[in-house]
Design a protein around this ligand. Structure first.
Ligand SMILES: Cc1cc2nc3c(=O)[nH]c(=O)nc-3n(C[C@H](O)[C@H](O)[C@H](O)COP(=O)(O)OP(=O)(O)OC[C@H]3O[C@@H](n4cnc5c(N)ncnc54)[C@H](O)[C@@H]3O)c2cc1C
Length: 390
């Protein structure tokens, strides 16, 4: 059996390993546009902050591929998939025939249609190369504006504090991390981040990025203009679906897959950031890892369904402990919450655990994680909250 995997992120890498374990004799080729061997993408933030070197978060080198008899072709972009002839074609016209193929192409940053988004000094961040560009550019910049107050935007802003005198995060919602926090939690987090030196423009959106050739300022819809020597756009991701489209596979919000990570085209599977399973696009590492593993097993003939991933998030900013999982804006749920000495805990249940937010209490984070992953006793969490039901 000949397996082709497009993408050497966590989904592609896990798939290759699952195939090898299930099919000791199959030929496995991983092809990736990235020239970097497989690395732990979330640590790009630490790299941006100057805290680690690339070798510290590179996970697999040549010996891993040799040992597992996996051919790894880096720096090569697949341009299209010819599903009829079961072949993937790279940009140089080389053909890679397959029996089973996995699209594990990850995502690109989403850039809203903004005037000035193409100016010199405007960046997005996804990989090591992007981080290198930002580090190179920001050395002597006084003002940086980050568009987007989600997890990645806040982590990026915090990492860049080492360069700029003033960093302003612009967020459309009225509080930070609108997908992970409620208003109370968002306000507490804002206070913590302001103490670290970040500035915020909340409930604001950007009209345009201004400058003559290079970026000079960001104009907000309210009329306020923020000086900016650099702008980082962190307004979400868009899955790389183009190969699925070329193969004729069904694409809605993402590449539609069934419980076995199979697309609508025979022999073609998808996993990770671009895959849409049961209407869900996850965009997080644990989901990409699990989907990759499940796709690999199914590609090699070990029928194994994907059982969904609990969406949970942590903020990687030293000194700020934050965990958020599940749903927390439900009126029909039992809600327990308390805020004490700079910490905030909220827990929702309806039959079983529904959602949890923990800010500023590492002990409670451990307990909440177990509860949300159904390995812990909710009574323990409710005890910490002191049964302050709201
Ligand atoms: C800075 C940053 C921090 C993050 N922090 C966290 C975190 O703390 N927790 C968390 O859960 N998630 C985090 N994420 C998200 C997480 O990293 C992703 O969900 C995960 O890496 C997705 O893995 P993937 O294998 O689907 O895709 P990717 O890791 O994006 O890998 C896809 C690979 O496919 C290659 N490729 C794409 N198209 C082609 C093509 N046509 N031909 C050949 N190769 C191609 C790309 O070059 C890439 O190497 C973070 C993301 C970023 C950018």
């Amino acid at each position: 059996m000949n397996y082709i995997i497009i993408g050497n992120g966590v989904a592609g890498t896990e798939a290759a390993m699952a195939i090898r374990k299930t099919d000791p004799d199959g030929e496995i080729t991983v092809i990736s546009e990235s020239k970097h061997p497989f690395y732990y993408r979330p640590r790009i933030i630490d790299y941006l902050a100057g805290e680690i070197t690339v070798d510290k978060f590179t996970l697999y080198g040549d010996e891993h591929y040799a040992k597992n008899r996996i051919t790894c072709v880096l720096g090569t972009r697949i341009a299209s998939i010819d599903a009829k002839n079961r072949s993937a074609l790279d940009t140089e016209g080389r053909a890679y025939p397959y029996d089973r193929l996995l699209i594990a192409t990850g995502a690109d940053p989403y850039v809203p249609p903004l005037e000035g988004a193409g100016l010199h000094g405007v960046f997005t961040i996804r990989g090591i190369t992007d981080a290198d560009r930002i580090i190179g550019f920001c050395q002597n910049i006084e003002d940086i504006v980050v568009l987007g107050g989600g997890l990645l935007g806040l982590e990026t802003a915090n990492a860049l504090l080492r360069f700029a005198k003033r960093i302003t995060v612009v967020e459309y919602f009225e509080w930070l991390l609108p997908r992970q926090l409620d208003r109370t939690g968002g306000a507490m987090l804002q206070d913590m981040l302001e103490k670290k030196g970040l500035c915020f423009a909340l409930g604001e959106s950007v009209l345009s990025i201004r400058g003559e050739g290079a970026v000079e300022s960001v104009l907000l819809k309210s009329g306020k203009e923020i000086p900016a020597g650099a702008v980082i756009i962190s307004t979400g991701i868009k899955g790389r679906n183009e190969l699925a489209v070329s193969a004729g596979a069904a694409v809605k919000k993402g590449i539609v897959v069934d419980d076995f990570m199979a697309t609508s085209v025979e022999g073609i599977f998808a996993a990770g950031d671009p895959a849409e399973h049961d209407g869900c696009l996850y965009g997080i590492w644990p989901a990409a890892r699990e989907q990759g593993r499940i796709a690999g097993l199914n590609m090699a003939g070990a029928a194994t369904p994907y059982r969904k991933t609990l969406p949970s998030n942590a903020l990687k900013i030293t000194g700020i402990d934050l965990y958020s999982a599940g749903e927390f804006n439900r009126d029909d749920a039992e809600t327990f919450s308390c805020s004490l000495d700079g910490s905030y805990i909220k827990y929702l249940q309806k039959g079983g655990p529904l959602g949890a937010i923990i800010l500023g209490d590492p002990g409670a984070i451990k307990i909440a994680k177990n509860v949300m992953e159904r390995n812990g006793d909710p009574a323990e969490l409710r005890k910490i909250i002191g049964l302050t039901s709201s």
